[in-house]
Design a protein around this ligand. Structure first.
Ligand code: SF4
Length: 72
């Protein structure tokens, strides 16, 4: 599942890391980044983490997380 983040839209609410702690992390200012890939804007999420990722996507209040493609 290809997932994109748009840090410009992020309001640092913290919900995505609550829902998907294995995928998302934050800068020192609380803005969303991918864990271990802080320069990436898009990432392929492995199937075992898709559920987390979808939960975060649904909770993000500003659509700073986008799901581009589902493999299911
Ligand atoms: S849920 Fe959305 S707005 Fe909130 S921290 Fe995550 S990306 Fe940013």
């Amino acid at each position: 599942m290809l997932t994109k983040i748009i840090p410009e839209n992020c309001i640092a609410c913290g919900l995505c890391q609550l829902k998907a702690p294995d995928i998302f992390d934050y800068t020192a200012d609380g803005i969303v980044i991918f864990q271990e890939d802080d320069q990436l804007r898009e990432k392929n999420i492995p199937s075992e983490l898709e559920e987390q990722c979808l939960a975060a996507y649904k909770k993000c209040p500003t659509r700073a997380i986008l799901i581009e493609k589902t493999t299911k």
